[in-house]
Design a protein around this ligand. Structure first.
Ligand SMILES: [Cu+2]
Length: 203
Protein backbone atom coordinates (compact mmCIF):
# COMPACT_ATOMS: atom_id res chain seq x y z
CA UNK A 1 0.00 0.00 0.00
CA UNK A 2 1.34 3.42 -0.84
CA UNK A 3 0.42 6.94 0.22
CA UNK A 4 2.33 8.77 -2.48
CA UNK A 5 0.25 10.76 -4.95
CA UNK A 6 0.77 10.64 -8.66
CA UNK A 7 2.79 13.52 -10.17
CA UNK A 8 -0.23 14.46 -12.23
CA UNK A 9 -2.42 14.78 -9.19
CA UNK A 10 0.21 16.86 -7.41
CA UNK A 11 0.43 19.27 -10.36
CA UNK A 12 -3.31 19.72 -10.23
CA UNK A 13 -3.18 20.47 -6.52
CA UNK A 14 -0.47 23.10 -7.04
CA UNK A 15 -2.43 24.68 -9.86
CA UNK A 16 -5.55 24.83 -7.73
CA UNK A 17 -3.64 26.48 -4.89
CA UNK A 18 -2.08 29.07 -7.23
CA UNK A 19 -5.46 29.89 -8.71
CA UNK A 20 -6.94 30.38 -5.26
CA UNK A 21 -4.09 32.72 -4.36
CA UNK A 22 -4.53 34.72 -7.54
CA UNK A 23 -8.25 35.02 -6.97
CA UNK A 24 -7.90 36.14 -3.37
CA UNK A 25 -5.24 38.67 -4.36
CA UNK A 26 -7.51 40.11 -7.00
CA UNK A 27 -10.44 40.30 -4.61
CA UNK A 28 -8.53 42.24 -1.98
CA UNK A 29 -7.59 44.83 -4.59
CA UNK A 30 -11.21 45.89 -4.71
CA UNK A 31 -11.11 47.48 -1.32
CA UNK A 32 -10.48 51.17 -0.94
CA UNK A 33 -9.90 53.84 -3.52
CA UNK A 34 -6.85 54.14 -5.67
CA UNK A 35 -4.87 51.14 -4.53
CA UNK A 36 -4.18 49.98 -8.05
CA UNK A 37 -2.31 51.65 -10.84
CA UNK A 38 1.03 53.24 -10.14
CA UNK A 39 4.07 53.10 -12.32
CA UNK A 40 3.34 53.55 -15.94
CA UNK A 41 1.40 50.32 -16.45
CA UNK A 42 -2.12 50.08 -17.69
CA UNK A 43 -4.48 51.05 -14.91
CA UNK A 44 -6.85 48.54 -13.51
CA UNK A 45 -5.98 45.64 -15.79
CA UNK A 46 -6.81 43.05 -13.18
CA UNK A 47 -9.70 45.09 -11.85
CA UNK A 48 -11.31 45.36 -15.22
CA UNK A 49 -10.76 41.69 -15.86
CA UNK A 50 -12.03 40.37 -12.55
CA UNK A 51 -15.61 40.21 -13.69
CA UNK A 52 -16.97 42.53 -11.06
CA UNK A 53 -16.27 46.04 -12.28
CA UNK A 54 -17.94 46.77 -15.56
CA UNK A 55 -15.62 47.04 -18.55
CA UNK A 56 -17.36 49.21 -21.10
CA UNK A 57 -15.94 49.08 -24.58
CA UNK A 58 -14.60 52.51 -25.46
CA UNK A 59 -16.63 54.18 -28.18
CA UNK A 60 -14.11 56.87 -29.05
CA UNK A 61 -10.36 57.28 -28.71
CA UNK A 62 -8.47 60.21 -27.24
CA UNK A 63 -6.24 62.03 -29.74
CA UNK A 64 -3.19 59.91 -30.59
CA UNK A 65 -0.88 62.60 -29.31
CA UNK A 66 -1.54 65.08 -26.56
CA UNK A 67 0.82 67.71 -25.19
CA UNK A 68 3.13 67.00 -22.25
CA UNK A 69 3.04 63.97 -19.98
CA UNK A 70 -0.04 61.80 -20.32
CA UNK A 71 -1.87 60.23 -17.40
CA UNK A 72 -4.62 57.75 -18.19
CA UNK A 73 -7.46 57.52 -15.72
CA UNK A 74 -9.99 54.69 -15.60
CA UNK A 75 -13.42 55.53 -14.21
CA UNK A 76 -15.16 52.39 -12.99
CA UNK A 77 -18.28 51.15 -11.31
CA UNK A 78 -20.35 48.01 -11.04
CA UNK A 79 -23.74 46.69 -10.18
CA UNK A 80 -25.98 48.00 -12.91
CA UNK A 81 -27.43 46.14 -15.85
CA UNK A 82 -27.57 49.01 -18.29
CA UNK A 83 -26.08 52.42 -18.84
CA UNK A 84 -28.22 55.23 -17.53
CA UNK A 85 -26.83 58.44 -16.11
CA UNK A 86 -24.56 59.32 -13.24
CA UNK A 87 -27.11 58.54 -10.50
CA UNK A 88 -25.65 56.37 -7.77
CA UNK A 89 -26.70 55.49 -4.27
CA UNK A 90 -24.25 56.04 -1.46
CA UNK A 91 -22.17 52.90 -1.11
CA UNK A 92 -22.28 51.81 -4.74
CA UNK A 93 -18.81 50.41 -5.54
CA UNK A 94 -16.87 52.80 -7.75
CA UNK A 95 -13.29 53.73 -8.30
CA UNK A 96 -10.94 56.02 -10.12
CA UNK A 97 -7.54 54.59 -11.04
CA UNK A 98 -4.76 56.68 -12.58
CA UNK A 99 -1.90 55.11 -14.55
CA UNK A 100 0.64 57.19 -12.62
CA UNK A 101 0.85 58.46 -9.09
CA UNK A 102 3.28 61.23 -9.99
CA UNK A 103 4.22 63.25 -13.06
CA UNK A 104 6.80 65.94 -13.82
CA UNK A 105 5.59 69.52 -13.38
CA UNK A 106 4.56 71.33 -16.54
CA UNK A 107 2.13 70.34 -19.23
CA UNK A 108 0.06 67.31 -18.28
CA UNK A 109 -2.66 65.70 -20.39
CA UNK A 110 -5.24 63.66 -18.52
CA UNK A 111 -7.21 61.08 -20.48
CA UNK A 112 -10.29 59.84 -18.65
CA UNK A 113 -11.76 56.56 -19.90
CA UNK A 114 -15.21 55.75 -18.62
CA UNK A 115 -15.24 51.97 -18.24
CA UNK A 116 -18.33 52.02 -16.06
CA UNK A 117 -22.06 51.82 -16.60
CA UNK A 118 -22.71 55.29 -15.35
CA UNK A 119 -21.70 58.76 -16.45
CA UNK A 120 -18.53 59.99 -14.74
CA UNK A 121 -16.10 62.90 -14.88
CA UNK A 122 -12.57 63.81 -13.84
CA UNK A 123 -11.90 66.96 -11.81
CA UNK A 124 -8.43 68.03 -10.65
CA UNK A 125 -8.41 69.62 -7.19
CA UNK A 126 -5.41 70.85 -5.20
CA UNK A 127 -4.67 68.75 -2.13
CA UNK A 128 -3.78 70.96 0.84
CA UNK A 129 -0.65 70.29 2.88
CA UNK A 130 -1.21 67.45 5.31
CA UNK A 131 -4.52 66.42 3.73
CA UNK A 132 -5.05 62.92 2.42
CA UNK A 133 -7.05 61.97 -0.64
CA UNK A 134 -10.56 60.78 0.08
CA UNK A 135 -11.06 62.92 3.18
CA UNK A 136 -13.19 65.70 1.70
CA UNK A 137 -16.66 65.97 3.15
CA UNK A 138 -19.49 65.96 0.59
CA UNK A 139 -22.33 68.45 1.03
CA UNK A 140 -26.04 67.62 1.11
CA UNK A 141 -25.92 67.34 -2.69
CA UNK A 142 -23.41 64.50 -2.44
CA UNK A 143 -20.64 66.58 -4.00
CA UNK A 144 -17.43 67.98 -2.55
CA UNK A 145 -16.54 71.67 -2.92
CA UNK A 146 -14.55 72.32 -6.10
CA UNK A 147 -12.81 75.38 -4.74
CA UNK A 148 -9.49 75.95 -6.45
CA UNK A 149 -10.28 73.40 -9.19
CA UNK A 150 -7.43 73.28 -11.67
CA UNK A 151 -9.50 71.89 -14.51
CA UNK A 152 -11.62 68.98 -15.60
CA UNK A 153 -12.38 66.44 -18.27
CA UNK A 154 -16.15 66.08 -18.31
CA UNK A 155 -17.11 65.91 -21.97
CA UNK A 156 -17.81 62.76 -23.99
CA UNK A 157 -15.32 62.19 -26.82
CA UNK A 158 -14.08 65.76 -26.46
CA UNK A 159 -11.68 67.92 -24.49
CA UNK A 160 -12.44 69.92 -21.39
CA UNK A 161 -15.68 70.69 -19.62
CA UNK A 162 -19.00 69.17 -20.60
CA UNK A 163 -22.06 67.38 -19.33
CA UNK A 164 -20.17 64.33 -18.12
CA UNK A 165 -18.33 61.44 -19.76
CA UNK A 166 -20.91 58.87 -20.87
CA UNK A 167 -20.38 55.14 -20.38
CA UNK A 168 -17.74 53.96 -22.82
CA UNK A 169 -16.69 57.47 -23.79
CA UNK A 170 -13.36 59.20 -23.27
CA UNK A 171 -12.73 62.79 -22.18
CA UNK A 172 -9.42 64.59 -21.91
CA UNK A 173 -7.88 67.85 -20.79
CA UNK A 174 -4.42 69.38 -20.98
CA UNK A 175 -3.37 71.45 -17.97
CA UNK A 176 -0.29 73.33 -16.81
CA UNK A 177 0.38 71.72 -13.42
CA UNK A 178 2.66 73.40 -10.90
CA UNK A 179 4.55 71.22 -8.43
CA UNK A 180 2.33 70.07 -5.60
CA UNK A 181 -0.17 67.45 -4.54
CA UNK A 182 -3.47 67.10 -6.33
CA UNK A 183 -6.52 64.93 -6.00
CA UNK A 184 -8.24 63.48 -9.03
CA UNK A 185 -11.94 63.12 -8.28
CA UNK A 186 -15.25 62.32 -9.88
CA UNK A 187 -17.71 64.75 -8.39
CA UNK A 188 -21.07 63.49 -9.53
CA UNK A 189 -23.53 62.90 -6.70
CA UNK A 190 -22.11 60.36 -4.19
CA UNK A 191 -19.28 59.29 -6.50
CA UNK A 192 -16.51 60.80 -4.37
CA UNK A 193 -17.87 59.17 -1.20
CA UNK A 194 -18.15 55.93 -3.15
CA UNK A 195 -14.40 55.87 -3.77
CA UNK A 196 -13.73 57.93 -6.88
CA UNK A 197 -10.57 59.75 -5.89
CA UNK A 198 -6.81 59.32 -6.14
CA UNK A 199 -3.83 61.48 -5.30
CA UNK A 200 -1.58 62.74 -8.12
CA UNK A 201 1.76 64.25 -7.16
CA UNK A 202 3.39 66.76 -9.47
CA UNK A 203 7.14 67.19 -9.01
CU1 LIG B 1 -18.18 59.08 -11.14
Amino acid sequence: MTTSRSPHRRTLAVLAASTALLLSGCGSADIGGGMMGGGDGSPGGMLRGDGRYHDARLSCPAPATLPGSTVRVSLMDMGMMQATDGVARLGAPMRLVASSRSVPAGTVSLVAENRGWRTHELVVLPLPDGAAAGRRVPGPDGRVPEEGSVGEASASCAAGTGEGIASGAVGWVTLPLAPGRYELVCNLENHYANGMYQELDVR
